[in-house]
Design a protein around this ligand. Sequence first.
Ligand code: FAD
Length: 474
Amino acid sequence: VNSLMWFRQDLRVGDNPALVAACQFAQQHQGKVRAVYIVTPSQWAQHDVAPIQIDFIQRHVNLLAQSLAALGISLDVLHLEWFSDTQTALNDYLQQHNIDAVFAGNEPEINERRRDSALIGQGLPLTLIDQDCVFAAGQVQNLSGDMYKVFTPFAKKWKSIASQKAIVPLAAPAPVAAALALPAAIEFNCPTHSSDQWAAGEGVAKRILDQFLASQVEDYQAERDFPALEGTSRLSPFLAIGVMSSRQCVAAILARYPQALVDDTCLAKTWLNELIWREFYHHLLVAFPRLSMNHNFNELGKAIAWRNNPDEFTAWCDGQTGYPIVDAAMRQLNQTGWMHNRLRMVVASFLTKHLLIDWRWGERYFRQKLIDGDLAANNGGWQWSAGTGCDAQPYFRVFNPMTQSSKFDPDASFIKRYVSEVSGWSLADIHQPKSINVNDLFAQRQDDRYPEPIVEHKMARLRAIEVLSALKRG
Ligand code: FAD
């Protein structure tokens, strides 16, 4: 009686309850454990998974195959196209290898959940184990047994549960058989974009976490909003594909700062809160499947008359809006697959409010580019910014890109890294880019290598408030 571990968004051997369950099952029945990873390029393209994230996944599947070989588990990669091809492929695989039980971690997204329910309905012996969050979706509820729609009470409840339960990551399973030969290199054979500027591996993620907690977490509150600083952990690419679990992060922070759950003066609590935001958005995705289906959380969002100008969208995507802070951020995304959180908020506000382009366009572009693309957090961040979301930024609060620029990149060192065209400008001009006055015969463009501001702030702000007031009754 053999078992199968099906790896999905949990590409790790440490703290992997499904892997542990697969090993225990095989041991109880004196059988063998195998593992699979399923490549579905057409499905991924439909989900807009970024080629850089696919490359990061491919690198980790290779590393995982090596770690598993040391545990005596062989990992096979099944090359399919769509989730709907899974049933036949897995049934064949089960027959071929005499497998009676399949274990996998739960995923919060709707297509993934539908795929799993269909497989179970069709008789696949699949056991799903919660591993996506510290507490499974549905465990952090209000007094009426519903999911919270506001972050602060959710976080409070989450913390009260956390203070009553031991949060202990599982160790990697012990070897189940003699170590296997080093596996051959695995190729996904689908379009990827190199992620080599990001170091890979469970060990790397753990080192980043340890170093961050040892030397940076107490400065996080003060530094996290400044994109020129390395003030945040940069663990998101690992968390997004499950090379590291949120439980490992939370356990590590609580081991050093047990008071972070209760003491508001504990400096580490700010970073813990960010991990709880991740939990909040993941729980929301499960509680409100419509979030996976391109719907506004606030149904009144349907009435918003987005302008959706395609040329303005292209200028935003390409980092050519004439607002150096916005353009530097978009170029950081395009060049590295990652963007600083403060800037994600700035560019999302600029797209949805200054340009009045539907948040779904921006959300999709982010997914196509981000190495840390995560449907729950991305959707949550975009709908928060647009004002259509659960516990969202109010529609009438419009980030001023000039204030954001001078406040969070005061010496423009981040901007100059990505927008070299403005490197000779004064700080005042970088933070307050000007349009030329068409009535002034002698007016000169500041620099013809760099566009003028695509939209004027004051007008855009008023226009956004007017159009987005469709959300007023929400
Ligand atoms: P840190 O500040 O070190 O935080 C630690 C971890 O907490 C992060 O790795 C992440 O897993 C989690 N986290 C932090 N902030 C948030 C948040 N606001 N919401 C949810 N989880 C959070 N995060 C993604 O992982 N994937 C996305 O696709 C994504 N899209 C976003 C889109 C928009 C418009 C906005 C405003 C935010 C988005 N975020 C997304 C959240 C956040 O920007 C990133 O998680 C963060 O910048 C990652 O950098 P870090 O690992 O250094 O974070």
